[in-house]
Design a protein around this ligand. Structure first.
Ligand code: NI
Length: 265
């Protein structure tokens, strides 16, 4: 599988789980926009079998290079973003939960989930969208949620795209992110307002907004429950003093963006 096919499969898997993101994408297409993806974000655990380096292996083999490191102290997350030499490919943002900083109960639950993953799944090129290779009860999901929203989300969905991000710079019909936000809201979508609808500023060279996650009926070992799944993000990048477009991320903004999966719509 080449990187183009992997990206197509990632988009297909994401929109299957989040038909509402496809709805927004189609609203842009109706305006004859060409939608460019700024980045695609994934979540994983810092367990040696599935940590960022394991997770990124297929991307690195396809020409992606590990770039900047980000720390989210309160959420107990580390992250890196990866970039491809060819700018037509989106950046890949991978975060990992530092499970060793949580209770023994959480650690043993998460280790128990990871141990259920057949090794051949981890070595697959499309491991990043292999989904959930374990059984989990709704009770365990709720217990994980008490300690970490992030851990609960991962335990329910497994390895899948958390969000795609539209590069607002590449859209012609919106002069700024505020205008895009109004357009998205006027079409019935709810934005994540944690820390304000727009995170970051032109002075930080990056402005971001996102929808609140869409609720999805999800299978648990003790029944089906409707929980927040994934969201769609919008990023407007600004020019650095050296004339280049800022290509990194702002930890303070991403911290609030993570909360897009805390509640659903
Ligand atoms: Ni993002």
């Amino acid at each position: 599988m080449n990187i183009d096919q992997l990206l197509i499969n990632m988009w297909d898997d994401y929109t299957l789980l989040n038909p509402k993101a496809l709805e927004i994408y189609n609203l842009f297409k109706k305006k004859e926009e060409i939608v460019v993806n700024d980045h695609v974000a994934f979540r994983t655990f810092n367990h040696q079998s599935v940590n960022i380096d394991v997770f990124a292996k297929a991307f690195v083999e396809h020409g992606y290079i590990k770039k900047d490191y980000y720390e989210f102290k309160k959420k107990k997350l580390d992250a890196y973003h990866f970039e491809h030499d060819n700018p037509k490919y989106p950046k890949i943002f991978i975060s990992e939960l530092k499970i060793d900083q949580f209770s023994n109960k959480l650690q043993s639950k998460i280790n128990g989930l990871i141990e259920q993953i057949p090794p051949e799944i981890i070595s697959r090129v499309d491991f990043c969208i292999s989904g959930r290779a374990w059984e989990i009860s709704y009770k365990d999901y709720q217990e994980l949620k008490e300690e970490s929203e992030y851990a609960a989300w991962l335990s329910a969905f497994g390895f899948r795209v958390n969000h795609f991000t539209v590069l607002v710079n590449a859209l012609n019909t919106f002069s700024d992110l505020r205008e895009l936000n109004e357009f998205v809201k006027s079409n019935g979508h709810i934005l994540n307002a944690s820390g304000g609808e727009i995170k970051g500023s032109p002075e930080q060279y990056l402005e971001q907004s996102s929808t609140l996650s869409y609720n999805q009926e999800t299978h648990f070992s003790d029944g089906k429950h409707t929980i927040p799944a994934c969201y769609y993000e919008f990023a407007k990048r600004h020019i650095l003093p050296n004339g280049e477009l800022f290509s990194g991320f702002i930890a303070g903004s991403a911290d609030k963006i993570f909360e897009s999966t805390d509640k659903g719509q």
